[in-house]
Design a protein around this ligand. Structure first.
Ligand code: CP
Length: 319
């Protein structure tokens, strides 16, 4: 791996190795410092709590130095080009972790990541763009593996759209779809009409599932699709097709139909778990009793972000 943007460009064995390495980091079995004498920059144009802080901690714990650059603090704010910015960063740093997107311009985030990698000549990790959030999904899958062992692949995971006021990236959804299809998982994605995923990801998943034996299903009805599932993963994402004003009104109209509340959660298996990557507003994607309830795995998943970041950084820098 020279960059880590998505799961479409890495092999099944590499994903499994990252998860296994993250488990070892969590158990304290790896003490290597592959980032000794290395300086990693975090470049963000939108807010972050978990990704930013878990990378900061992971880089320090792997022996490296870290600095965070918000785009507004750089000359980017005065219209310096990303090409010049990234080229110069490449002269000072040993790697970049980048969160960059504008959901009113789908594709701009990924194009920017490519430009940063090309201009800087540094290893670049995607910390969420408009297409993928692979670091988050690695942490989610690690959590599922902790709960179910290798049997996690046989558990029915419902990944459902939920309401958010903001137009959020479909990165988690695309990354879960691709990872699940490569790893041979049993995944059902539910979303309202108008919130379809990028065709490139749908085609990739179809082909990958054929090879891995994954079961990937889609639904436009949360009440039906939550029936008998083992995991309910609620996540908002923005429409790739609806005009902004139309999407905003439509989302408000359908919010209640897509809310994970106790009545709906009771239709899942009695021992089902709830996952959300955070941040979450109680009452938007799910109600507080589910979010803060005994079946919620969201803090365990947030903790696992640290261990998968260490695995990803080690994989990039131990070669
Ligand atoms: N889940 C996640 O990426 O959280 P942040 O946006 O806080 O980094």
């Amino acid at each position: 791996m020279s960059n880590f943007f998505d799961f479409m460009n890495i092999k099944k064995g590499e994903i499994e190795n990252l998860i296994t390495m993250a488990e070892k980091f969590k158990r304290g079995e790896i003490l290597d410092k592959p980032l000794k004498d290395k300086m990693i920059g975090l470049l963000f144009n939108v807010p972050s709590t978990r990704t930013r802080i878990s990378f900061q901690a992971a880089i320090k714990q792997l022996g490296g130095e870290v600095a965070t650059y918000n785009s507004q603090d750089l000359q980017l704010a005065n219209k310096e080009s990303m090409k010049d910015t990234a080229t110069v960063m490449g002269k000072y740093l040993d790697g970049l972790v980048v969160r960059w997107y504008n959901m009113n311009d789908y594709g701009y985030g990924r194009n920017t990541l490519n430009e940063i990698a090309d201009s800087s000549n540094l290893p670049v990790i995607n910390a969420l763009d408009d297409k993928d959030h692979p670091c988050q999904i690695l942490a989610d899958i690690l959590t599922l593996k902790e709960k179910y062992g290798e049997n996690y692949r046989k558990k029915k995971v419902l990944f459902t759209w939920g309401y958010a006021d903001r137009k959020k990236s479909p990165g988690c959804t695309h990354s879960m779809l691709t990872a699940a299809s490569i790893l041979g998982m049993d995944l059902r994605i539910a979303h309202p009409k108008g919130f379809e995923l990028d065709n490139e990801y749908l085609s990739f998943a179809e082909n990958a599932a054929r090879q891995s034996g994954a079961n990937i299903e889609f639904s436009n009805d949360l009440d039906e699709s939550i029936e008998g599932v083992d995991v309910v993963y609620a996540k908002a994402w923005g429409s790739l097709s609806l005009p902004g004003y139309e999407e905003q009104k439509y989302k408000c109209d359908i919010k209640d139909q897509w809310l994970v509340n106790s009545e709906r959660f009771a239709r899942a298996n009695s021992d089902a778990y709830f996952i959300n990557p955070l941040p979450i507003i109680r009452g938007d994607e799910a109600t507080a009793d589910i979010i803060d309830g005994p079946r919620s795995l969201m803090y365990q998943t947030a903790e696992n972000r640290l261990h998968v970041q260490k695995a990803t950084l080690t994989s990039l820098y131990s070669r």
